[in-house]
Write a new protein. Structure first.
Length: 253
């Protein structure tokens, strides 16, 4: 579904991602892990066009031009960020609506000449947004301002927005960061349910090991921008290179 080949990102003389390749199949969940500063978020930024990069990215066989934000999204690749990106001054429903890409029948002439069709389209968008809030367990908060939500609710609101966008590939950057144990378990349940209902392929960047092991089919490990291991979770954690990447600094101190 998503194939990234030899992705490289350089900032001046610093190579943040160094020739990383990754293939994500339909409905698969892969964990992208590594110590802080290993290039995980930069890799996602490269795939989604937020930073200049070299290499090749294809989505379901379609080539994505690197370094141009929005190109991957048009092919169904959506993402979240380490900090929930919600608009505090908008309601939960409005936050989801702005993530929907349907812009048909919304011009001024259409409002005058094809008003019934426009209202039907807008009603469908509202229904989609409400279904997304229900999925994210926020069905009673459509008219609540996002700024009044708890941190965990803000996480779920961001997830509702990408859910409404019906991605084929979803890149989640530390989705469990800042969540307590119960909230993390709820997030696992949401993602598991989504995947079971023909959800998107998922690439997870995360530090919580239990969270990753409960969801991921495979893991890819980065260190200093390079891939050092890949495979099933048990095999990855047993790899000496992975143990050294996570514990080496402490063990040699």
């Amino acid at each position: 579904m998503l194939e990234a080949v030899d992705i490289t990102v350089r900032f001046g003389g610093v190579t943040a991602v160094d020739g990383v390749s990754l293939q994500l199949d339909h409905h698969e969940i892969i964990g992208l892990i590594g110590p802080n500063g290993s290039g995980k978020s930069t890799f996602i930024n490269a795939v989604t066009g937020l930073v200049p990069a070299t290499g090749k990215v294809t989505v379901d066989g379609h080539r994505v031009k690197l370094g141009v934000a929005g190109r991957a999204a048009r092919l169904g690749v959506l993402r979240t960020f380490q900090t929930p990106q919600v608009h505090d001054g908008l309601t939960c429903l409005e936050n989801v609506l702005i993530g929907l890409q349907d812009r048909s029948l919304r011009s001024v002439p259409v409002a005058w000449l094809r008003r019934p069709s426009m209202l039907k389209t807008e009603r469908r968008r509202w229904e989609t947004a409400m279904a997304a809030l229900t999925f994210a367990r926020l069905p009673d908060k459509p008219h609540v301002l996002a700024g009044s939500l708890s941190y965990g609710e803000r996480r779920r609101l961001e997830l509702a927005r990408v859910y409404a966008g019906r991605p084929t590939v979803l890149l989640l950057d530390e989705p469990a960061a800042g969540l307590n144990q119960r909230e993390t378990a709820d997030l696992v349940e949401l993602l598991t349910t989504w995947r079971a209902n023909e959800g998107p392929a998922l690439l997870l960047v995360e530090h919580k090991i239990d969270f990753l092991e409960s969801l991921c089919h495979r893991m890819v490990v980065l260190e200093l921008g390079r891939q050092i291991a890949a495979g099933e979770p048990a095999a990855v954690w047993a790899d000496p290179r992975v143990m050294d990447a996570y514990l080496g600094a402490a063990s040699h101190a």
